[in-house]
Design a protein around this ligand. Structure first.
Ligand SMILES: Cc1cc2nc3c(=O)[nH]c(=O)nc-3n(C[C@H](O)[C@H](O)[C@H](O)COP(=O)(O)OP(=O)(O)OC[C@H]3O[C@@H](n4cnc5c(N)ncnc54)[C@H](O)[C@@H]3O)c2cc1C
Length: 409
């Protein structure tokens, strides 16, 4: 790395000051790029939504060597690498101090409360200059909305690290909204509840949890804990798979993950008081009835049943907002909505493997038909929820290699 590298002073726009956006900015500055880091809210906004949840990966997998070095140089002590942070401690102990150090460096323009609305090329439409090296010489154009209104900005390179948490999946059959779901005006909680604080009004309520991933298991864990303080809390857990949905990895090195999988499977077997499992169903209809919600659950075979609840918690995943790069030449996977090359490599490498074993598939899979445009971080995985920060940190190395080696920019 050196500030005298060939691409020094090229303008890089990074969308999203989450973990990967901030780490990318750090690395790009070290490479000599000029960086604008756009953040729709405040840095780390998505992690803040689950700040009460504990990471299942330890600190050592969640920090970059460059970030650690910068904080040590600034005289900060780092938490032991073996410890598992919460979202809150990740922000407080790492991301925020890192950003404070970075913000003081020349070359970075951090723009909080500034949302990128769309990306295109100056003087080139989506269909122009196909596979033509001249396309790379037309600067990117970003339509952004900040505290002073909307404007267009230019950049030579763009990295989209805007995550997926702003675009949750819907509850209904096949990913469609359930009938009545869109009219509920925020009555569906989409995420993992903080039963001690933010979502304390779940106590002694009837709660429907939907989904069969680790987020749903985390929610079930939180609600079971809530039941020890508020024993009238009743939980129905609806999910589309049959039987016990979690793989309990023999000798799992991540104790938190194993605990969650065991809890989810115990609920599925009907062994946890106050939590009733409804496997093999999806939400068909939600109808408000006074303060309550009447929910129709349907099986793939067409059988229906009803449940009346006070709250619904949707843990059915997220999808990327691909509208940001609709005007660019990005080849998307028809199954995951992630950029095609990475999606294909992820599809080829799955098959029951432990997601912790993943590594980056190398620079080549981060390339798009659009020169100089890259999707990194959790958004790069599209609808696939297996993304890990340790992979994102490798992606940053890979993309810097691509930028450095590129003949186009
Ligand atoms: C509950 C939970 C637990 C997890 N646990 C782990 C774990 O233990 N280990 C692990 O490795 N990974 C874990 N992950 C997965 C992943 O590492 C995190 O989701 C991580 O936050 C991804 O970082 P990111 O920078 O890619 O995206 P995000 O953290 O989602 O950051 C994206 C940022 O972009 C901003 N943004 C969005 N749209 C725009 C826009 N149009 N313009 C400007 N800014 C925008 C957002 O406000 C946000 O700040 C977990 C995820 C969740 C949800």
């Amino acid at each position: 790395m050196s500030s005298t590298s060939r691409f020094a002073n090229r303008r890089l726009a990074i969308i999203g000051a989450g973990p990967i956006g901030v780490e990318t900015a750090l690395r790009a500055l070290a490479e000599g790029l000029t960086v604008t880091l756009y953040e729709a809210r405040e840095p780390g906004a998505h992690v803040r939504r689950w700040s009460h949840v504990r990471f299942f990966s330890p600190w050592s997998l969640n920090r970059s060597a460059l970030g650690e070095a910068m904080l040590r140089e600034a005289g900060r002590e780092l938490v032991d690498g073996e410890v598992f942070p919460t979202g809150e401690s990740y922000l407080r102990e790492y991301l925020e101090p890192l950003l404070a150090e970075l913000d003081a460096r020349p070359g970075l323009d951090l723009q909080p409360n500034t949302r990128v609305l769309g990306i295109s090329r100056l003087r080139a439409l989506k269909g122009d200059l196909l596979a033509n090296p001249r396309r790379a010489h037309r600067p990117f154009l970003l339509r952004v909305s900040g505290p002073e209104g909307e404007r267009f900005d230019e950049a030579d390179l763009v990295i989209d690290a805007s995550g997926v948490l702003s675009t949750p999946n819907m509850l209904g059959p096949g990913g469609l909204p359930a009938i009545g779901e869109e009219a509920l005006n925020g009555q569906v909680l989409r995420g993992i509840p903080d039963v001690t604080e933010r979502d304390a009004d779940l106590a002694n309520r009837r709660v429907l949890v939907v989904g069969d991933g680790h987020s749903a298991a985390t929610t079930l864990g939180a609600l079971t804990e809530l039941r020890t303080r508020a024993p009238q809390t009743r939980v129905v857990w609806a999910y589309r798979s049959d039987g016990e949905p979690f793989v309990e990895i023999e000798g799992d090195t991540l104790p938190q993950r194993l605990r969650l999988s065991r809890l989810g499977n115990a609920v599925a077997r009907g062994e946890v008081d106050g939590v009733e499992a409804r496997p093999g169903v999806f939400v068909q209809r939600i109808s408000p009835e006074g303060d309550a919600l009447r929910v129709t659950l349907a099986s793939a075979g067409g059988d229906t049943s009803e449940v009346e609840v006070d709250r619904i918690i949707a843990n059915v995943g997220y999808h990327p907002d691909t509208s940001l790069y609709r005007e660019l030449q990005v080849h998307l996977c028809y199954a995951s909505d992630g950029p095609m090359k990475l999606a294909a490599s992820l599809l080829a490498s799955t098959g029951g493997a432990d997601c912790l074993d993943q590594t980056s598939a190398g620079p080549e899979v981060l390339k798009n038909p659009e020169p100089g445009f890259y999707v990194l971080g959790t958004k790069s995985y599209g609808r696939n929820s297996n993304f890990l920060l340790k992979v994102g940190l490798q992606q940053i190395d890979d993309v810097m290699t691509l930028i450095r080696d590129s003949q186009d920019v």
